[in-house]
Design a protein around this ligand. Structure first.
Ligand SMILES: [Zn+2]
Length: 293
């Protein structure tokens, strides 16, 4: 029997708090990998305490997905009542949601069922709109929400107020040492700047899983970057992705290398690791020409 046929979606009770906390911690790991500057993995007991404290029932509902009686995911919905007439936003009741599902139960339709329950409840409470926020680099989540009819209406803007940027460092003079300016909020330039669309790039080629574009601060006359759209730490650490993503990436790298070679006669194909890897998101450089001063 398919997992989805064994799933029951039910309104959570305080007995579910511990199980829900576990899904939050699990999901927090995924977020932390996506953007360590923004997310952390909380202690289970802290999540349990926090959930218990905010479990008031009015204007809030939590639904759990159970497979054979065991909680594997949850969705939390909170109503935001319209503000006064003075607001320039048209008054309407909005429901904000947060969803978490244990890793092994992803991509089986459970999220879909939980979202359905959350929307149905919100509608019954008079809400007219659902909202959620999602990290711009979380491409899997974004396409899931899009498939359910959610669309982007704004940008969540953020500015870190910690230390100022370190001076730009061009680094060692070896092929592929194409340094990007690091912001003070972390070291994943691709998830934070490129995949979120914050930094517009000139795309050269793209597939469902791979993006190739012109380097925004090229250190060589020809400098192309190929990255996976999902977060992959490096060539050595493929994170949650398998070898098949590597094949997709290299298919694009090969295509681009062939184009550069036919146009410029030669190229380097490089990916860096360890201290040579500036941005901790797997990227390949296809480079040609002499290093720019
Ligand atoms: Zn990344």
């Amino acid at each position: 029997m398919r997992t989805l046929d064994r799933v029951r979606i039910e309104r959570a009770t305080t007995n579910d708090i511990e199980g829900i906390a576990q899904t939050y911690v699990d999901s927090a790991r995924h977020h932390r990998d996506l953007d360590p500057a923004l997310y952390q993995v909380p202690a289970l007991e802290d999540v349990v305490r926090d959930l218990a404290q905010h479990w008031d029932g009015s204007d809030q509902a939590t639904f759990v997905a159970r497979v054979d009686g065991t909680g594997v995911g949850s969705v939390d919905v909170r109503l935001v009542r319209p503000r006064t007439e003075a607001s320039m936003v048209k008054p309407r009741m909005v429901a904000g949601i947060g969803i978490a599902i244990l890793g092994p139960y992803h991509r089986q339709g459970i999220g879909h069922r939980l979202m359905e329950a959350a929307e149905q409840w919100s509608r019954s409470q008079g809400a007219e709109t659902m909202t959620l926020d999602c990290h711009g680099g979380n491409t899997t989540a974004i396409s899931f929400y899009r498939s359910l009819g959610y669309h982007t209406t704004g940008l969540l803007m953020r500015k870190g107020l910690e230390a100022t940027d370190a001076p730009d460092n061009r680094g060692p003079d070896h092929p592929g040492a194409v340094h990007v300016r690091q912001s003070s909020i972390g070291n994943d330039f691709y998830c934070q700047q490129v995949l979120t669309g914050r930094l517009p790039v000139k795309k050269m080629y793209e597939t469902e899983r791979v993006l190739a574009f012109h380097h925004t601060r090229p250190a060589y006359p020809v400098c192309l970057v190929v990255i996976p759209r999902t977060h992959v730490p490096s060539l050595v650490d493929l994170g949650a992705e398998g070898d098949d993503l590597l094949l997709d990436l290299l298919t694009v790298v090969r295509k681009i290398a062939a184009e550069v070679e036919s146009e410029y006669g030669a190229c380097w194909v490089v990916t860096n690791r360890g201290r040579y890897q500036d941005s901790k998101h797997l990227h390949w450089h296809v480079i040609s020409g002499n290093r720019l001063a």
